[in-house]
Design a protein around this ligand. Structure first.
Ligand SMILES: Nc1nc2c(ncn2[C@@H]2O[C@H](COP(=O)(O)OP(=O)(O)O)[C@@H](O)[C@H]2O)c(=O)[nH]1
Ligand SMILES: [Mg+2]
Length: 426
């Protein structure tokens, strides 16, 4: 250490110092590095924490979003359920109302059915009552007819007995009675005596009775019941039997009143008269003409059957005497021809084409037979020959109303001849 030493470099110290400095530097470096590491670790830790915080935040956000989503879903679910409930309630309400309406309808229907059943029951009762009444009426009518028949039988029997008694008496009274009877029979057969000329009073009384009208042609249609008089009156007037203003047909002729039917066609100045009672009266045949006042008519139609009755003869004879044109008419030609077809073996159920030939044969036979029969009748009654008009009411009605019926016999001829007989009225 002294001076000498002061000039000397102390290497060792230097070294030591340098070493110390190096160590210090190393330590400082180590410390720095340590600090650096620590800082780095702190940074890394801070970074980790930051990341964790970030993750937590994100988790939190996600959870919140999930919760919000769930809440939304729950709200929507609740809303959906509410709507469903509402729809269900509506449906239930509608169903209830429909059921109620149905129940009401069914109730009404049931009531309607009950009403109908009641009505039906009433109708049935009424129908039964009507049927009962009709049956009763029919029975009464039958009984009445039976009584009439019995009465008629009794009357006939009485007449027969009286006749027998008279015959006996006549036999007993021998020749004189015989002569008287012969005389009576002759008179009866001639059927026309005695000639009684009506008085002017009788003329005017009967004219008034039939409402005789100047300028009109008064046609009497006479004949026995059922010969078709009323149907002919209708046909002449262009009426069908069922027309409301037609003469009644098929009825029993109980009254003796002459029915008056003016022609509905104003240019036809005909008045038609339905004269019932011929052959059904208690009046002797020869008195019938005068008693009915037939002498006031302008024309007389005698509707006959196949055989003349005594009244037919009396009418024809008296008409001649009074100068009144008389026509012999036989009606129901259709029916008679149809019957003949049946007699010839024609079966109306046959669809064959031979109907026309059957019809033609039956019609020809009908015309021939009727014409012959009427001629014989006229001869027997000592009357001159005259034509018979064969007609059918339906065909006559058709002709009168301007149609051309498919089947005709003498309808047009009868109308023409009648018109020819009537005077030309101005
Ligand atoms: N098929 C047919 N039936 C007739 C004809 N004319 C009348 N009749 C029927 O014969 C029946 C007696 O007729 P109606 O005119 O009452 O005869 P009336 O007693 O002489 O007046 C009724 O049933 C009529 O329908 C005819 O031309 N043809
Ligand atoms: Mg009649």
């Amino acid at each position: 250490m002294g001076g000498g030493q002061s000039h000397h470099v102390d290497w060792a110290a230097i070294h030591a110092r340098e070493r110390a400095e190096a160590e210090a530097r190393a330590r400082a470096e180590a410390a720095r590095q340590e600090a650096e590491r620590a800082a780095q670790a702190a940074r890394a830790e801070a970074e980790r924490l930051r990341r964790e915080a970030e993750a937590a935040r994100q988790r939190f956000q996600a959870e919140q979003a999930e919760a919000a989503r769930r809440a939304q879903a729950a709200r929507e679910e609740a809303e959906r359920q509410r709507r469903e409930r509402e729809q269900a309630e509506q449906a239930a309400r509608a169903a209830r109302e429909a059921a109620e309406a149905r129940a009401r309808q069914e109730q009404q229907r049931a009531e309607q059915l009950a009403r109908e059943a009641e009505e039906e029951r009433r109708r049935k009762i009424a129908a039964e009552e009507a049927a009962r009444q009709a049956a009763l009426a029919a029975k009464q009518e039958q009984e009445r007819q039976q009584r009439v028949r019995e009465e008629e039988n009794r009357r006939l029997q009485a007449q027969k007995e009286a006749a027998e008694r008279a015959a006996q008496k006549a036999a007993e009274e021998a020749k004189q009675a015989q002569a008287a009877r012969e005389d009576a029979e002759r008179k009866l057969q001639e059927g026309t005596r005695p000639v009684v000329t009506p008085t002017p009073e009788e003329y005017s009384a009967f004219r008034a009775k039939i409402q005789h009208t100047q300028g009109f042609f008064h046609v009497a249609i006479s004949g026995i019941a059922g010969s078709g008089k009323s149907s002919l009156v209708n046909a002449f007037r262009g009426k069908h039997n069922m027309d409301f203003d037609a003469a009644a047909v098929g009825v029993n002729e109980t009254t003796l009143t002459v029915a008056r039917y003016p022609d509905p066609n104003p240019s036809n100045r005909f008045i038609w008269y339905d004269v019932p009672g011929a052959g059904t009266l208690k009046v002797p045949d020869w008195k019938y003409f005068n008693q009915q006042g037939l002498f006031v008519f302008d024309c007389i139609l005698v509707v006959v059957n196949n055989r003349f009755t005594a009244t037919d003869v009396a009418i024809l004879t008296n008409a001649r005497r009074f100068g009144i044109p008389a026509f012999i008419v036989r009606s129901k030609a259709d029916q008679h021809i149809k019957n003949l077809m049946k007699d010839m073996g024609y079966d109306s159920d046959d669809e064959g084409g031979n109907k026309a030939s059957y019809f033609a044969r039956a019609r020809d036979q009908y015309v021939a037979e009727t014409t012959r029969s009427i001629r014989t009748n006229l001869q027997e009654a000592k009357l001159p020959d005259q034509p018979v008009y064969l007609v059918t009411n339906v065909a006559l009605q058709a002709v009168v109303t301007g149609k051309t019926p498919k089947k005709m016999l003498d309808e047009v001829k009868l109308l023409t001849d009648l018109a020819g007989t009537a005077p030309r009225y101005p």
